[in-house]
Write a protein that binds this ligand. Sequence first.
Ligand SMILES: C[S@@+](CC[C@H](N)C(=O)[O-])C[C@H]1O[C@@H](n2cnc3c(N)ncnc32)[C@H](O)[C@@H]1O
Length: 270
Amino acid sequence: MTTSSATSTWAAGDYPAMARRLAPAAERAVAAAEPGPGTTVLDVGCGTGNAALAAALTGAAVTAADPTPQLLAIAARRAREADLPIAFQTADADHLTGTYDRVLTVFGAMYAPDAARAADALARCCAPGGRIVTAAWTPDGFMAAANRAMGAYLPPPPAGAQPPTRWGDEAFLRGLFPGHAVTTTTERVRFTFDSPLAAAEFWVRTAGHVQAERARLQAEGAWPALHHDLAAVFTEWNRAAGPGTDPDVRVDAAYLLAVVRPVPDAVRRG
Ligand SMILES: C[S@@+](CC[C@H](N)C(=O)[O-])C[C@H]1O[C@@H](n2cnc3c(N)ncnc32)[C@H](O)[C@@H]1O
């Protein structure tokens, strides 16, 4: 289990509202994993349970892990309401236990501080003949651009910290799984909003790491500028037909979807 401030900020914003918009990515990842009755599934960084619930609906036996208890509680409530028997663990990617036929992580393990260690843990939990499926925002996509805009208003990351979007770089991801067969596709989550400012307000409302700095930014008078800068990113990335059309903002956020299979007798990191 981890209780670092980096993970606790996930509960500081209205992340569940963002999770509802990310559900198509979880469904896509589950489709790539092809679970079903008789298979076991581990969802790493499950958040409010999008992928775990989708996997459980196929009849698979699902375990869902996340270091943020508040999000796990929402996932557990959703599972109860849907009458899906999912097992939950408060754990980050470095503290996974058990072996599973399918190991999923949808925008989850990418936030682990040590990418190689997290990838090793995913590989360790994957049964022989099984499959790991990862989804991660690309380093040159919309999500990275939005994070850069917000990052200008946030404290600098810890020394040596690497961007989570490395997991969305195909070469980097392949390097995380030596001795595995890796296939990738670039997928997109489409976000629509009524205006760039409405988009920025939604983004800031759902971003816990920004909400955690809200009091300081408001005291410094930087809160409106943050929204302005973020709205400009939405304007730059907007692919809607133009003002007055419905929706007024349409942004496609690219992510790398990878299917990783252990190769028998492969040499792994020790
Ligand atoms: C963008 S959310 C994704 C949640 C969910 N998979 C989804 O698709 O909605 C990122 C999640 O990663 C979790 N997380 C943060 N650090 C993590 C770590 N080191 N290992 C695993 N999960 C982590 C957060 O608690 C959060 O639930």
